[in-house]
Design a protein around this ligand. Structure first.
Ligand code: UDP
Length: 238
């Protein structure tokens, strides 16, 4: 059997990915299917860390937060990611994966705090580490947390799971001639004004020479194909 293309990866799952077709919250069937994909790659021996978003529950910049103090709203957003992390880790437990949730903000009765050496130890032991509460700081996003934690754990790549199967020349929903980039450099993506991750996250990955793979989490088996190095999604490279 061919070997996986990566030994250690950072998977960024948006909160919205957990909603499925629901307007809000966590859709059971969706989270279970997603975790089945994660289980498949975890069983290949790939060390897997996950940064989970919170947009399915609360975003600091959401209409529901209008008029609120931004930092307070952002802390609410970070707490939303903790809820998602708990749901994700529990769904993993049900599918036989040992997961550990680590939070960037102190909430120790619920989940353990993020401690880098501990996270590295868990990964080496084959446990899936779920990073909750983003960077722990307001005014940031979980995309930036993915770039940060990915750099900290020396992941070989950040896998950005989206609803679209890569980066396109134009919006594929609006332009029937839009084509997917198989790969693109950071510089080219900037020159072409392609939105891959938010600017802070993108800059950090670029500085750290940490490649990003944008792929569809709704496409069955896509995560495994990405891990096996097959033509899936778009690779953003140095
Ligand atoms: N957030 C934050 N700092 C971080 C990460 C997240 O303040 O380091 C807050 C922010 O309000 C954000 C919310 O948490 O809107 C949810 O995160 P995000 O929007 O990145 O989730 P996703 O879009 O991936 O579901």
């Amino acid at each position: 059997m061919t070997k996986p293309a990566y030994q250690r990866v950072l998977l960024k799952l948006s909160g919205e990915a957990l909603m499925g077709d629901d307007p809000f919250g966590i859709n059971r069937a969706t989270i279970e299917r997603m975790v089945a994909d994660v289980a498949e790659v975890s069983k290949l021996g790939v060390e897997l860390a996950v940064v989970i978003g919170g947009g399915n529950i609360f975003r600091g910049v959401a209409p529901g937060a209008q008029g609120m103090d931004r930092a307070t709203a952002d802390y609410m957003g970070m707490l939303a990611t903790v809820m998602n992390a708990l749901a994700l880790a529990d769904a993993m437990r049900q599918q036989g994966i040992t997961a550990r949730v680590m939070s960037a903000i102190g909430i120790e009765q619920v989940v353990e705090p993020y401690v880098r050496p501990k996270a590295l130890q868990y990964l080496e032991e084959g446990k899936v580490v779920v990073f909750a509460a983003g960077t722990g700081n307001p005014f940031f996003t979980t995309d930036t947390a993915a770039a940060l934690r990915g750099s900290e754990i020396s992941a070989e790549i950040v896998l950005k799971a989206t609803k679209v199967d890569g980066v396109y020349t134009a919006d594929p929903k609006k332009d029937p001639h839009a084509t997917r980039y198989e790969q693109i450099s950071f510089d080219e993506a900037i020159a072409k004004h392609l939105q891959v991750m938010d600017a802070t996250a993108f800059a950090l990955c670029r500085d750290q020479k940490l490649p990003i793979k944008v792929f569809s989490i709704v496409k069955p088996g896509a995560l495994k194909r990405v891990i096996m190095g097959e033509d899936e999604g778009t690779l953003v490279h140095v």
